[in-house]
Design a binder for this molecule. Structure first.
Ligand code: ATP
Ligand code: MG
Length: 300
């Protein structure tokens, strides 16, 4: 669906994007992660045709962006910012005007309103909308021309938890429609929930990519949270186990880095005369993987 080859953008001496390769299959939701200044927005802006690459290529739906710009861009939709809408017109009317401008049938407006679940609010003035509803109109506008790829640069920035959640729920629905989604985000737990694939950027390069599951199991640490009264004795018993790494104290719990299962841990605790009231696996998080990979790399 989307294919990048050696995509590069230089600003003077700075390689904002330093030759990235990426393939995103159709219907995938891909999360683009990276510290501030790592080149995410620059990469997305090149994909949407807003920024001209210094080198390399972008291919969308089989169309090379440089050679067949119109065809390539016809397949992409980017989130339209709230400022592009008339506040004194309803969300629906705003979308109708856009559709008219682009020569699209009016029934497409009903379809996108349905897709982003704007419901009756679509008839109220845009000016009175919450941030979440504005974002929805932005996504609806991006979908009007039925792009096969939609690009979202931090779609939940400025949204409250409810708005963030609504936006998040929207993404899998888009992917189910066959739309490919590429989104840049700083919210790692969110990306972990909605994206099947991720690419992690640092200093203009992609330093890791693949499906979330395998990234987590390859890099993530498996830990178990142990709650017990006698934490000192528990800690000693657990440290002595094979296949067990660091044992850290966190409030009234121990966090045990281990590949041993619960039964094995429990047996060791009982043998040491410790009763555990809780044993709970702590799944690796994208956040932990991200921190491990990007370290505290300097921000450019
Ligand atoms: N128009 C520009 N002119 C000069 N430098 C730029 C320009 N746009 C971006 N940069 C620089 O390129 C680098 C990458 O910026 P970019 O905005 O792509 O990062 P980002 O990953 O989106 O960061 P953030 O997480 O803060 O949004 C930064 O060092 C930035 O200062
Ligand atoms: Mg950015």
């Amino acid at each position: 669906m989307l294919s990048l080859r050696g995509l590069t953008k230089h600003y003077g001496d700075l390689a904002a994007v330093a030759g990235i390769d990426l393939d995103v299959p159709p219907g995938t939701v891909l999360g683009l992660l990276g510290p501030n200044g790592s080149g995410k927005s620059t990469a997305l802006n090149m994909i949407m045709g807003f920024v001209r690459p210094t080198a390399g290529s972008v291919s969308i739906n089989g169309h090379d962006l440089r050679r067949s710009r119109q065809a390539a861009l016809a397949s992409v939709g980017g989130l339209v910012e709230g400022s592009a809408f008339y506040p004194y017109l309803s969300g629906r009317r705003n979308l109708e005007m856009l559709a008219q401008l682009r020569g699209l049938p009016m029934r497409r407006v009903d379809e996108v309103i349905e897709l982003v679940s704007m419901g009756r609010a679509s008839r109220r003035d845009f000016g009175g909308y919450s941030q979440g509803m504005r974002q929805r109109v932005g996504v609806a506008a991006a979908l009007l021309h039925q792009p096969s790829l939609i690009v979202l640069d931090e779609p939940t920035s400025g949204l409250d938890p409810a708005g963030t959640r609504e936006m998040r729920d929207l993404l899998p629905a888009l992917a189910a429609e066959g739309t490919t989604v590429v989104l840049a985000s700083h919210l790692l737990s969110e990306v972990q929930q909605v994206c099947e694939r991720v690419a992690i950027m640092q200093a203009g390069a992609i330093i890791a990519s693949g499906d979330v599951e395998s990234l987590l199991s390859r890099t993530g640490r498996w830990r178990v949270r142990v709650r017990a009264d006698e934490l000192e004795a528990a800690s000693q018993a657990l440290r002595a186990l094979p296949r067990t790494g660091a044992v850290d104290r966190e409030d009234r719990d121990l966090l045990v880095e281990t590949t041993a299962d619960g039964a094995e841990l429990n047996r060791a605790l009982v043998a040491a005369g410790v009763i555990a009231s809780e044993l709970e696996p702590v799944l690796p998080t994208l956040e932990a993987v991200f921190m491990e990979l990007t370290g505290n790399g300097e921000i450019r």
